[in-house]
Design a protein around this ligand. Structure first.
Ligand SMILES: [Zn+2]
Ligand SMILES: [Zn+2]
Length: 446
């Protein structure tokens, strides 16, 4: 047979075999769906903060072991777990499917009967109420389901699947290391090296919709800590000391003007979410610490914004006789989907979610350190809609009448519909299979 003919026949073989196995993946996903919901509820009831994912990692590792994977590696960069499934068919590709496992210091007001009442009394800066207000319980449960599905067809997988359960996506305490980059640095991806990374995030979008964006899906991020220092004194004699509080007021007000110093066409946000002082009603305290986050839609704006914020803080403090130090911690690169990878992935996404439910979304200034994987190994990151919503004429999500409304991630009322989890399972399974067969690879690099 001529090479071209053989090539064509092989491609047809892949396609024909692919259709059959895609149906089987869906069937197996439907079979595991109830277990996925049960895992999700269990994880939701028992949320753990970044770098404290002890019970979550144990549940994950126990299940992966029960599937008879080739390897289950634990304790990676804290509580990270990587399951290795080597397929029985010939193939060299390696797909890393990633789920994040950590929860947030947010009260759980989602209203479900599996809501969390966990309080972490020992966490630095705590005690904190803890909840899965970012939906990582859904991500973890869906990937456990996908591991079950793919382990069931292992003899027909032409390559290797890595099930990557990542700790500390939301950022560890500032005195600790952790997260995606720490997993890379711990050598989690040296043997075998992925040829694709895939991740998804639940989001306030119509149920079952898959959103993607070519270019930066999420922004670049850094944590900022500003310490304004004055001179402590009695509250009745402020002139004997230096009050850091007015300087803090000037910094907070001045941040509102930073937007006018960078292009309005590349959005930037600076939010100070936590202010910590050491004073008392009758003590002018020595220091006030501001904790916040800087986000830039375009990564190259980060240095400029950081410099402007530093100048603002130092000079505002000086105007009141105080001093300020500014530190940037936990930098995370933007999540970027390349055009060739998106083009390669769209047929898979459309097969899973349905043509009309795969939509292009705008960029957001959220972050996800899955970018550490996607930017190193190539791959895709998509949004999965999980709320009672529909799209208006301009493509924006709006609440459905009588539904639970639109609630953003990190809000105490954030919720995710159980019925959407099986779509997450199928996305992982189909993306993995299609990449291993060579159906989902970028045509010209990526
Ligand atoms: Zn989050
Ligand atoms: Zn998240």
């Amino acid at each position: 047979m001529a090479t071209a003919d053989r090539h064509r026949t092989e491609r047809q073989g892949v396609t024909l075999g692919g259709e059959a196995i895609h149906d089987e993946l869906d069937k197996r996903a439907a079979q595991v769906a109830d277990r996925v919901v049960a895992w999700r509820h269990r994880l939701h009831r028992c949320p753990e903060l970044s770098n404290r994912e002890v019970k979550t990692a144990r549940l994950v590792a126990d299940h992966l072991r029960s599937l008879g994977l080739d390897e289950v590696r634990t304790g990676i960069a804290g509580h990270g777990v990587v399951g290795v499934l080597r397929g029985g068919a010939a193939g060299e590709r390696v797909v890393a499917l990633r789920a994040d496992m950590d929860a947030l210091p947010v009260q759980d007001l989602c209203g479900a009967d599996f809501a969390s009442d966990v309080v972490d009394a020992d966490y630095p800066g705590g005690p904190f109420p803890v909840s899965h207000a970012c939906g990582h319980d859904c991500h973890t449960a869906a990937l456990l389901g996908a591991a079950t599905v793919l382990a069931g067809v292992r003899d027909r997988l032409p390559g290797t699947v890595l099930f990557v359960f990542q700790p500390a996506e939301e950022g560890p305490p500032v005195t600790e290391e952790g997260g995606a980059r720490a997993m890379v640095e711990a050598g989690a991806f040296t043997d075998p090296v992925p040829t694709m990374a895939f991740g998804l995030h639940v989001t306030p979008y119509p149920k079952g919709y898959v959103g993607y964006r070519i270019g930066n899906q999420y922004g670049a991020s850094a944590l900022v800590r500003i310490v304004v220092t004055g001179k402590q004194t009695h509250g009745s004699t402020p002139w004997e000391g230096i009050d850091p509080m007015p300087a803090v007021g000037a910094v907070l007000t001045g941040i509102g003007q930073l937007y006018r110093q960078v292009s309005a066409f590349a959005p930037v946000t600076v939010s100070i979410g936590h202010v910590e002082d050491v004073g008392r009603f009758n003590i002018v305290g020595q220091t006030v610490t501001l904790w916040g986050t800087v986000r830039c839609a375009v990564e190259s704006d980060m240095a400029l914004v950081e410099q402007r914020l530093r100048t603002l803080a130092e000079h505002s403090a000086a105007a009141f006789g105080a001093t300020a130090t500014v530190e940037y911690l936990q930098p995370v690169p933007p999540v970027r989907n390349s055009g060739p990878w998106v083009e390669a992935g769209l047929p898979t996404l459309r097969r899973v979610a349905g043509e009309e439910r795969v939509v292009e979304t705008g960029a957001t200034l959220g972050y996800d350190d899955v970018s550490e994987f996607v930017s190193r190994f190539g791959g895709l990151y998509v949004m999965l809609g999980v709320q009672d919503a529909t799209l208006d004429a301009s493509g924006r999500p709006v609440p459905v009448p009588g539904g639970r409304g639109l609630v953003t991630n990190h809000n105490p009322h954030f919720y995710a519909d159980d019925g959407t989890l099986v779509t997450g399972v199928r996305l992982h399974a189909h993306v993995a299979y299609d990449h291993l067969t060579g159906a989902l690879v970028p045509r010209d690099g990526g």
